[in-house]
Design a protein around this ligand. Sequence first.
Ligand SMILES: Cc1cc2nc3c(=O)[nH]c(=O)nc-3n(C[C@H](O)[C@H](O)[C@H](O)COP(=O)(O)OP(=O)(O)OC[C@H]3O[C@@H](n4cnc5c(N)ncnc54)[C@H](O)[C@@H]3O)c2cc1C
Length: 404
Amino acid sequence: MRVAVIGGGWAGLSAAVHAVQRGHRVSLFEMAPQLGGRARSLDNGLDNGQHILIGAYVETLALLATVGVDTGEAFLRTPLRLRYPQHEGLALPAGNALIAFSRGVLACRAWPLSARVLLLRAALGWLTRGFRCAQELTVSELCTRLPAIIREQLIDPLCIAALNTPAHQASASVFLRVLKDALFSGPGSADLMLPRRPLSGLLPEPARDWLHRHGAQIELSRRVQSLDELDDFDAMVLATTSVEAARLAADRAPEWAALAQGLRFEPIVSVYVESPGTVLPAPMIALQGEPAQFVFDLGQLGHASGRFAFVVSGAREWVERGLDVCAQQTLAQAAEALCWNTAPTLIKTLAEKRATFACVPGLQRPPMRIASHLLAAGDYIEGPYPATLEGAVRAGRDAVEALV
Ligand SMILES: Cc1cc2nc3c(=O)[nH]c(=O)nc-3n(C[C@H](O)[C@H](O)[C@H](O)COP(=O)(O)OP(=O)(O)OC[C@H]3O[C@@H](n4cnc5c(N)ncnc54)[C@H](O)[C@@H]3O)c2cc1C
């Protein structure tokens, strides 16, 4: 088939690579001058926000391997470790997931023994119920019986990192699914995988080169205005953002477009700072207080040394208060929480207002199939995951599988 892929983010790249592997003739149209969408590098040498992958991202890791990326070299891979500035939080040993979780929790001295036991009891309950719960529950409601220290030092940071939605608004059933796949699946699925390359060097550029080598056409700086432009293709994969997909599909599938249009979003603010000579106690540090939840030492990840990325997820309130306020508060938080060799100074504050859809209870997400030869791919498509790279890559693969 002649397949048009519209959008060159991670979902579109996944769709294009899988379509080529299936023997289709692929043309990819991307409106930006470069590939990668939300997970790309910027001209100023920074990424469009720090991204974390985990060992459970099996489809993403397989796609990276397909396009020739040595994932052993491209990531700093470590067992899950929530390190705070002054103390260790949960750190999982390697090995069988269930045993590793139990051993990690029991060994976590930052929490009273009674709290550790209550967490293990709650986890056992989630396990015996198959990690399922009522659709309308929020994460806070799910965890209401857990001690405050567990909610503050484990549930809230995991929830905001994975769902980009604060625990009191986030969907408990999606959260449980993430816990199941990350913490309670095969060995290594909870591993943190921190990119050692700029984001564009991770997938977008290797995928571009692979697609060129395999005869696919890539048109950059080409915004598809209407699907009618591509009617001579046998099939189309709509791999744009949900807002743009709703606009493009409105004539052909108004009900589908209404679902896509109905999604609400959560912003992420990234605050990049510089402090020559500073090395943090770990490449990734969890923070208490506001606004940032995590800071990454980019020097330890093989990028510029003395450069740090603070991540403010679920950042609606900070976007409303203004990015300057957010940046100043982050610098104040940084000065208070961490030891710096030289006072940290601001490099850049980036705000992605539509970083991810708000992953709230009972959310109805648009299905993959729009019409018979029109499929949608993107991190927002109906599925078990929140908006993540893995969700996007899976959606791209699934759309191509559904073309047959
Ligand atoms: C700051 C930030 C931090 C994040 N952190 C993480 C993380 O740590 N881990 C994780 O798993 N996920 C993270 N995410 C989420 C992840 O980036 C997204 O889930 C993923 O990139 C979505 O990919 P996508 O292909 O579905 O959409 P997009 O990346 O939005 O791609 C859509 C593409 O379509 C193009 N396009 C739109 N309209 C048209 C048109 N009409 N014609 C042609 N092209 C068009 C766009 O230019 C874009 O390139 C983060 C996101 C942000 C913003």
